[in-house]
Each structure stands twice: as structure tokens, then as C-alpha cells.
Design a protein around this ligand. Structure first.
Ligand code: FES
Length: 516
């Protein structure tokens, strides 16, 4: 216990981890207590949900497998927008005019809620109101931009045409959204966590929920260190963990790339800037400890399908074209989930017992849609209903052509490798890896995930993902094994970094840490 630096689910440090500590002194957990709600996952979704419930008089516990912000909240670029990756025009086309209006209303409410919480609790999290510029560079992009402009105006979002953008590029057309904002995500959620604890909430870190059983209307969540009894459970873990759930097939995992750079001049943009390229880019500025940083992001790709190092190289090269970059202070990546029909899934978890909820499918809009989730879930739990219940119902069926290609189950499925354990010589015979890198190799008809650490030691794992048996891919940037099917990620020793997997990858090498 004590004050430690926050960790996250990758080897690279995000800008938000700089000089941030987490007070781990939590209220003692009482195993005999029945909690009203157990929230699994201490990111923006889980902590905001827990705070809203606790404020309403419920007794809640949060359990996180690691620490607050370990997942995507620690790696976000912390944009607070009144528009989303799924445009209002797309929602109107796939659902209805009413749905587009509700989507816009819920997003606007989430921006207000974040601002209100910052004000109520006087949170020192670098919250700043901004304008958000979006610009087009081709006829096709301009047509899409016009759709964004018109559909945003139709649902009452503040936006207008602009004749300039805060980046040196040639553009055809630009629009500017008012009432956008940015903040420091870890400062924000850690402050919310403090308020939650002040209201009597309990936070359990390093508590991986491995199983949930329901009996007589109560849920018993089991972790190696604790059993927690609750009347309701919220999975605020992106995708719900554990066995196969329909949401695993309606959300595709993506990796997104970010750099924080210093510039040779004061050309840092005052506002938020987005282009419309495929893959897209965006820029903003954040000051930390008196130093300004240009935060640039983009070059996203499906988890386990792209080349992370190439994404970083492309992002850095593009940023250098746009701004006078001096140094790259840090670079990192984060994961998000794209929903099949464009809208997030928030509400009762399909196929689960009554009283079990989930929220996922936020695309690149986790700050606002995580907060929308907290509003919807707390209303569902406290009042039994939410005005947005139908819009975000996870059980809705809205197939979108082409999505099956994105999350094809079993695309990499193979028979599970359990065979005899191997010796170091066997491994060496199939792998000539450079240090601190990994690869999946074939040995005697079996696949192995091999990692050679900076000292030359070899770790061999069964590469079959413990979720539903796809083959993991090596991520040489974050030094992790990433599953292309539903986004589970594992450390070099096989430990789960990111769900939905709950079990570690099996070790295969007889002596996993033998010096070569
Ligand atoms: Fe589902 Fe790996 S098989 S995350």
C-alpha cells in the first residue's frame, strides 16, 4: 500500500503517467458485506459509474485487475467532443432521426457532466474548453465533411464553417465545433476515485475477477484474493471478460497510436485539430509541469493485424510535415472497440443473469461515451430505466454489411497446443530472434510464441489465446502478445494485460528463464 506510479497495459509510457501517483490507501474491504453494485474496471466508465451510484446512496465496490487507468483511460488522448467517430448522419441512416438526436443529446449531457464534476469537486485536471477543427482535402472528404456539418446542425450541435485551421496544411473546407474540451484523464479519474472513497466506496486494486456465480438473486464475484457479493455487477472493462458473449462478435478491437512531441517554436495549436484521411490524424496541445507538448494521434489499425512500429513511424513522419518537431518526448498506443452498427452497447449484458450490465463499443470517443455509459447504467440501476436505454441496448440486432469481416470468429483458430513441454535447445533451433522481440514460430507442427528478453533469455508460450483460441500476434512496440479476434493482450510472460481473456497464456518452455 502507499503511493505508487500508475501503470498501464503496455510497455510504453503515456504522457499522463508523467509525475502522476496513485494513493493506494483504500478503505478495508469487508468480505461479509453485500454490496449494492460491484463495478469491474477502474477506468473512466467504472469510476464515474461508481461515483454516481455512491452519490445516490448505494454502497459500491470497484475491482480492477491492476490499478485505476491501467487500460485505455491511461492511454487516451482525452478529447471531450460534442461529435463522435460515428457521425450523426450515419446514426440517422442506420437507425432514425430520433436516434441521431438522442445520440447528440446524450453526448452533450456527458460533456456537461464532466464539466459539472470538475466544478463540484474542484478537480485540478487541466480541464480547458476548446474549439475543434475538422478539415477536408479531397472532394470525397469535403462531401463527408458537409454531411458532418449538416447532420450536426440538424441535431443542434454548435458548429460552423471556418476559413482557417490551426495547422499548416492545404485544405478544401474546414468546420469548427464549439464547446469542445480536453483534460488530463488520470488526474480526473483519480480525483473521482477519491470522492467515491470519501463517500464510503471501496476500491480493490490487483483484483482480477475470474468468475461470477449468481445465486438467489445475488452475484458472487471471485478473485484469487477475495469473494465479493453484490446485488448488481457492471463490467466497465471495454468488452466483458470471460466466456464467449455476443458482444465479442459485435465489437472489433483497434490499436491507436499517439506521440507527445516538443516543437522548435511556439507553433503548438491552441485548439483541437482533426483531418479526414484514412487513417486519420489529430493534434492538440497539453501543458505538463510547465512544458507544452504537441499530442498527435492516429494511424489506427485492427489489433493484431497491423505493424505498430510502422504506425509510429508514419505518425511521426506526418507530424513532422505539419509542425516543427524538436523531440518526441514519448509515444504509446491504446486499444478501443468499434461497434458493429456505430453505436456503443450500454445496458444489460445479453445472455447474463439479471443485474449484470456492460458498456463497450466506444470507438475513439471513450471519454464522452464512457461518461454516457455512467449516466445510462446508474439510471438503469437506480431507477430501473434510462431515457437512452433503447438506443444503447446491447441486445439490439442491427447487422451492418461488412462487419463480419472485421470480427470473424475463428479466423485464426487452431487446435489448442498442449503437447509435451520443450527444452531450450528445441526453441533455439527454430528461433533466431533479436533481443527484446518475439515471434510465433512452428515447431514440429505446433505453433509457439517465443520472446527473447533484453538479456537473451527465452520465454516460450502457447500462442493460443485463452479466450476462444485464436493465435496471438507479437506487438513489438508495446512488447505484448495481442489477439486479433477480440483484443485480449498478454505480457511477455503470458500474463493477461487486457480482457476478454481471463487466463494467462500457458508457458511451454521447460525452463522459461534460461540464459542462452
Ligand atoms: Fe477472443 Fe483472443 S480469442 S480475445
Amino acid at each position: 500500500m502507499g503511493v505508487n506510479q500508475n501503470t498501464r497495459d503496455g510497455r510504453n509510457q503515456s504522457l499522463w503517467q508523467k509525475n502522476i501517483s496513485n494513493d493506494h490507501e483504500h478503505r478495508a474491504f469487508d468480505p461479509s458485506q453485500t454490496y449494492d453494485v460491484l463495478i469491474v474496471g477502474a477506468g473512466i466508465t467504472g469510476i464515474t459509474t461508481a461515483l454516481l451510484l455512491q452519490k445516490a446512496g448505494m454502497q459500491c465496490a470497484i475491482a480492477d485487475a491492476h490499478n485505476p487507468g491501467y487500460g485505455t483511460t491511461g492511454g487516451t488522448t482525452a478529447h471531450i467532443n460534442t461529435f463522435a467517430d460515428t457521425t450523426f448522419a450515419e446514426v440517422e441512416s442506420a437507425f432514425s432521426e430520433d436516434a441521431a438526436q438522442q445520440f447528440a443529446d446524450s453526448i452533450a449531457e456527458s460533456v456537461d457532466l464532466i464539466h459539472e464534476l470538475v466544478n463540484i469537486y474542484q478537480i485540478d485536471c487541466d480541464f480547458e474548453w476548446k474549439n475543434g477543427y475538422v478539415y477536408s482535402q479531397t472532394d470525397k472528404e469535403t462531401k463527408e465533411l458537409d454531411d458532418i456539418l449538416n447532420s450536426s446542425l440538424k441535431v443542434g450541435v454548435e458548429v460552423r464553417v471556418s476559413n482557417q485551421v490551426p495547422v499548416t496544411v492545404d485544405f478544401q473546407k474546414a468546420i469548427v465545433f464549439g464547446r469542445q474540451a480536453q483534460f488530463h484523464p488520470l488526474k480526473y479519474i483519480l480525483a473521482l476515485q477519491t470522492e467515491f472513497r470519501n463517500l464510503g466506496g471501496v476500491v480493490l486494486e490487483n483484483t482480477l475477477i475470474q468468475d461470477v456465480q449468481t445465486l438467489d438473486g445475488f452475484h458472487i464475484a471471485s478473485a484469487p484474493s477475495a469473494k465479493i457479493k453484490a446485488k448488481a455487477i457492471v463490467y466497465a472493462t471495454h468488452i466483458p471478460p470471460g466466456g464467449v458473449n455476443v458482444l465479442h462478435f459485435r465489437n472489433a478491437p483497434y490499436r491507436s497510436y499517439v506521440i507527445a512531441a516538443t516543437l522548435t517554436s511556439d507553433a503548438y495549436p491552441e485548439d483541437l485539430v482533426y483531418d479526414m484521411q484514412e487513417p486519420y490524424h489529430y493534434f492538440r496541445t497539453h501543458m505538463i509541469d510547465g512544458q507544452k507538448y504537441l499530442v498527435a494521434g492516429g494511424h489506427d489499425h485492427k489489433t493484431g493485424h497491423g505493424d505498430p512500429e510502422q504506425s509510429f513511424a508514419d505518425l511521426i513522419a506526418f507530424t513532422r510535415q505539419c509542425y516543427p518537431v524538436k523531440d518526441i518526448f514519448t509515444q504509446w498506443s491504446a486499444q478501443y472497440y468499434v461497434p458493429a452498427d456505430g453505436l456503443p452497447y450500454i445496458g444489460k449484458l445479453p445472455g447474463a443473469s439479471d443485474g449484470i450490465y456492460a458498456a463497450t463499443g466506444f470507438s475513439g470517443n471513450g471519454m464522452i461515451l464512457g461518461t454516457v455509459s455512467a449516466m445510462v447504467l446508474s439510471d438503469l440501476i437506480i431507477q430501473g430505466k434510462s431515457v437512452y436505454e433503447e438506443l444503447y441496448n446491447p441486445a439490439r440486432i442491427k447487422p451492418i454489411a461488412g462487419f463480419a469481416e472485421v470480427v470473424k470468429e475463428g479466423v485464426d483458430v487452431v487446435a489448442r497446443f498442449i503437447g509435451d513441454r520443450l527444452g531450450l535447445e528445441d526453441i533455439k533451433s527454430v528461433s533466431q530472434l533479436p533481443v527484446d522481440s518475439g515471434e510465433v514460430v512452428e515447431y514440429d507442427g505446433q505453433k509457439l510464441a517465443i520472446y527473447r528478453d533484453p538479456n537473451g533469455n527465452i520465454q516460450a508460450l502457447d500462442p493460443v489465446c485463452t479466450h476462444t483460441k485464436c493465435i496471438v500476434h507479437w506487438n513489438n512496440s508495446e512488447k505484448s502478445w495481442d489477439c486479433p479476434c477480440h483484443g485480449a493482450r498478454f505480457d511477455t510472460d503470458g500474463t493477461v494485460l487486457t480482457g476478454p481473456a481471463r487466463e494467462n497464456l500457458a508457458r511451454v518452455l521447460t525452463k522459461p528463464e534460461v540464459q542462452e
